[in-house]
Write a protein of this length. Structure first.
Length: 106
């Protein structure tokens, strides 16, 4: 099983691959609140937009689980989002905001 986590536009967090999900990023006033993406393998990711002074999505692992983890850094004015790919048999579901998404069955 494989998923890719990334930001889209300036207000959406997405998963694609064996689990597809799209949720609005919640904000508090003018400040982006870090969003958590939790994966069944034990991975927990913090996702923010624009907090480092750039117009980029940043994804930081808080906990790395059992899945193989790769990350590509986003660059402002080019690909404005970090992309994290998780691959492994333990990737069966993702919690994004308050919603649970399960892997599609073949």
């Amino acid at each position: 099983m494989q998923i890719e986590v990334y930001g889209y536009s300036d207000d959406l967090i997405e998963d694609s691959g064996d689990i597809s999900a799209e949720e609005p990023a919640h904000t508090h006033g003018d400040d982006e609140v870090p969003q958590l993406v939790c994966v069944s393998d034990g991975t927990v990711l913090s996702v923010t937009y624009g907090q480092d002074g750039t117009a980029c999505w940043r994804i930081v692992p808080l906990v790395k689980g059992t899945a193989a983890y790769t990350k590509t850094e986003g660059v402002e004015d080019d690909d404005y989002t970090d992309r994290v790919t998780l691959t492994g048999d333990d990737v069966r579901w993702v919690v994004l905001n308050n919603y649970l998404y399960r892997a599609r069955k073949g």
